[in-house]
Design a protein around this ligand. Structure first.
Ligand code: IGP
Length: 262
């Protein structure tokens, strides 16, 4: 059993609990700018900055981090959006972290979790997120289609995460606009930025879609590599959480675009 299977198993328990507890998850209409628009109109590589306390591959990263203080640094350093991990058992995040950040920043906000049921989408929106993540590898075609439609109808944007050519086709089949390549294999934890290059070679850049490169971005050179391949944004967690100068690290990643996306 892979770690992804274990996480999904845990999510099924979480969903059962949410459904039986009948938690009140109605929420107001959203008022955050569109991430798609922000990225599509950008003039240089954009950074989606993540609040990440721990991960199954790295263990503790920054357990005691203050998500609000971290988010404020991200905003001031020009982050296009903020991602907050909300899974507790494996990532030590929470919906309290997400809600706290939501109350302090007004840029696009991603609820980073393993979504397998609509009730999790309601919960993400309730906590103040404007974007949810759907991981193609964790979902059947039917689940992917239904959850994508449900989130979109709820007024949320959806980042659809892929790892190979077949998953890219599944993302395109549901007309995903924001497509993320995870450079980390969620089954083996191997990180390879060439994943972005491979997917970019198959990506329909002439259509109104945005390619985002996720994971394993540490320095400007990494950012430039995926930017040259055609990414409009990077999703960065660990290097920002560990940085002694978050502002400087984040600014250094906002490199120039390649011709591919112009
Ligand atoms: O810490 P990194 O290597 O910069 O990675 C950030 C982000 O891409 C990673 O946290 C991530 C990408 N997709 C995910 C899906 C679930 C959990 C986490 C992730």
């Amino acid at each position: 059993m892979t770690i992804l299977d274990k996480i999904i198993e845990e999510k099924r328990v979480e969903v059962e609990r949410l459904l039986t507890q009948n938690v009140e998850l109605r929420s107001e209409a959203l008022s955050r700018p569109s991430l798609f628009k922000t990225l599509y109109e950008a003039e240089h590589l954009q950074v989606i900055s993540e609040i990440k306390r721990a991960s199954p591959s790295k263990g503790l990263i920054a357990e005691g981090a203050d998500p609000v203080a971290q988010a404020e640094i991200y905003v001031n350093a020009g982050a296009a959006a903020i991602s907050v991990l909300t899974d507790t058992p494996f990532f030590k995040g929470s919906f309290d972290d997400l809600a706290a950040v939501a109350n302090h920043v007004d840029i696009p906000l991603l609820c980073k979790d393993f979504i397998i049921h609509q009730v999790q989408i309601d919960r993400a929106k309730h906590a103040g997120a404007s974007i949810i993540l759907l991981i193609v590898a964790a979902l059947s075609d039917r689940e992917l289609t239904e959850l994508h439609a449900y989130a979109t109808a709820s007024g949320l944007e959806v980042l659809v995460e892929v790892h190979d050519a077949e998953e890219l086709q599944r993302a395109l089949a549901i007309d995903a606009k924001l497509i993320g390549v995870n450079n980390r294999d969620l089954r083996t934890f191997t990180v390879d930025l060439k994943r972005t290059e491979e997917i970019a070679a198959l990506f329909p850049f002439h259509e109104e879609r945005v390619l985002i490169s996720e994971s394993g971005i540490w320095e400007a050179e990494d950012a430039q590599f995926v930017s040259n391949a055609g990414a409009r944004a990077v999703l960065v967690g660990e290097s920002l959480m560990r940085s002694g100068n978050v502002d400087e690290t984040l600014r250094s990643l906002q490199v120039t675009f390649s011709e591919v996306v112009r």
